[in-house]
Design a protein around this ligand. Structure first.
Ligand code: AHR
Length: 499
């Protein structure tokens, strides 16, 4: 089998947005406690942060981290998490039926973010709270001086404002499971008033209105349309959330998850543009794909029946080779839509459906899905290029005929370097890839190449065998007569860098 694609430096989509490589830390399960924070761990620093997790976060190439939720934020009181730790209240977290000790709050998390070298995207609670509490947390975070909450932050040890620019106006308020769930009209009005008030304090903020919590919601698109009719002028982004898993063992459809993500993005963009047209606005909204990943959601047991616990084990999915190929492909989809999707957060960072796993008191390790994320974040540079794949197709139960090859490329006009990212979705056969390179600087050579594939599609990394699945050099990756060639193994993700 063979496949190719046309690549031309003139066919640009948009610059690679660093925020595409975002992640998500929610007060959920063991993401925060025994994830990023574990004061008794042998690697803990003076602030109680696990340095093994900090090092892996940096290696992952994370740019921005959404915080503090998620469903958690819809019942969260941010002021519980400031001031002397001994005085902080323990609260019920209704979203995950857990106890929140508030040992980590804004000031601690911002300290962690600085150490990790990441921007913070802060979500305000529009579930149980409203305009005033959003203004208060904004004041605590961003007001330089002189006001009550700026002085409180200073009294708590942080003189300079945190300067957060990107705020999510709530989380998944279309979902009946959400504490403080709302109709589109109720949410749209609240989001509009919150955005207007926050902007009157800081006009330059980047604000995200909640889109649907998945494209399978019965209100999908209608929710976006109604919310945006109410908020269009006051927000910059509409959010999108999507999780994928093999349904009934249908690996072929699962490997084509990026087809669904493409469709999701174009549907949300079309809905936003139609509202813009109706409002006679020239403004184009961007998409913040601020929750995405593989999640074995059908195996998820709601925790309502169990005891109230601090940091219970919740959705600690172990990821396979096939999952990593899908994650690599979802990143291809996000890059392909860089003209609209300029921020995206893989959910989540540690332990909870995460690329990084830890054991309390024990090791931290890279799950299979760590690798395509880290490599894409490191190698995607410059402009995203539109590619035109020529590929055989295969039939899927969920999406009909789907190309076996998916691809995207980036081109750094300053250095002339090119990176191609490709996926072979065939379950048993390799694909011979050929990419003519006319139009690029002469003398390009393959200087780095990586493939993630394995004869055992279900192989995983574990605490005992953390390096079972690692990427290796791409097979036969070379340039001959101006054509890049490589052999793509079945069910594989590959990145090839040309310099
Ligand atoms: O990431 C896990 C959960 O998935 C988040 O809390 C919620 O926003 C989504 O439904």
């Amino acid at each position: 089998l063979s496949a190719s694609f046309t690549l031309d430096p003139a066919f640009t989509v948009a610059p690679v947005s660093r925020r595409t490589f975002g992640s998500f830390v929610e007060h959920m399960g063991r993401c925060v406690y025994t994830g990023i924070y574990e004061p008794s761990h042998p690697t803990a620093d003076a602030d109680g942060f696990r340095q093994d997790v900090l090092a892996l976060t940096r290696e992952l190439g994370v740019s921005v981290v959404r915080y503090p939720g998620g469903n958690f934020v819809s019942g969260y009181r941010w002021e519980d998490g400031i001031g002397p730790v001994a005085d902080r209240p323990v609260r019920r977290d209704l979203a995950w039926h857990s106890l929140e000790t508030n040992e980590i709050g804004i000031d601690e998390f911002m300290r962690w973010a600085r150490k990790a070298g990441v921007e913070v995207m802060y979500a305000v609670n529009l579930g149980t709270r409203g305009v005033q509490e959003a203004l208060d947390v904004q004041e605590y975070l961003n007001q330089p001086d002189r006001t009550h909450l700026a002085r409180l932050r200073q009294a708590n040890g942080t003189t300079e404002p945190y300067g957060i620019t990107m705020f999510c106006l709530g989380n998944e308020l279309d979902g009946p499971w959400q504490t403080g769930h709302k109709t589109a009209h109720e949410y749209g009005r609240l989001a509009m008033e919150t955005a207007r008030a926050m902007r009157s304090a800081e006009p330059g903020l980047e604000l995200v209105a909640c889109g649907s919590s998945s494209s399978s919601m019965p209100t999908f698109a209608a929710w976006e349309a109604e919310v945006l009719e109410l908020t269009y002028d006051a927000v910059d982004y509409i959010s999108a959330h999507a999780y994928y898993e093999p349904i009934d063992g249908d690996l072929g459809s699962f490997l084509a998850s990026a087809v669904d993500m493409d469709h999701f993005v174009t549907s949300v963009a079309a809905t936003a543009d139609s509202v813009g047209a109706k409002l006679k606005s020239r403004k184009k909204l961007k998409i913040s794909f601020d929750e995405w990943n593989v999640w074995y959601q059908s195996a998820f047991q709601a925790t309502q029946e169990t005891e109230w616990q601090v940091a219970p084990r919740v959705i600690e999915d172990a990821y396979t080779v096939a999952d990593a190929v899908v994650v690599g492909n979802l990143l291809i989809s996000l890059l392909r839509h860089s003209d609209r999707v300029t921020a995206a957060c893989q959910a989540q960072l540690v332990n909870v459906i995460a690329p990084i796993r830890t054991e309390p008191g024990g090791p931290a390790w890279r799950q299979t899905i760590f690798h395509p994320f880290a490599l894409t974040s490191r190698l995607a540079r410059g402009e995203v290029l539109r590619v035109e794949p020529q590929s055989p197709t295969y039939d899927t139960a969920r999406f009909g005929l789907v190309p076996l090859l998916d691809a995207v490329a980036t081109h750094d006009a300053e250095t002339g370097d090119v990176t191609v990212f490709v996926v072979n979705r065939h379950l048993t056969d390799s694909l011979d890839l050929a990419v003519p390179l006319s139009g690029f600087r002469a003398g390009l050579r393959v200087t780095e190449s990586w493939t993630l594939a394995d004869e055992d599609l279900y192989a995983m990394n574990t605490a005992d065998d953390p390096e079972r699945v690692v990427p290796g050099p791409a097979k036969d990756a070379d340039i001959t007569d101006g054509v890049l060639r490589a052999s793509l193994p079945p069910v594989s993700w590959t990145a090839i860098r040309l310099t």
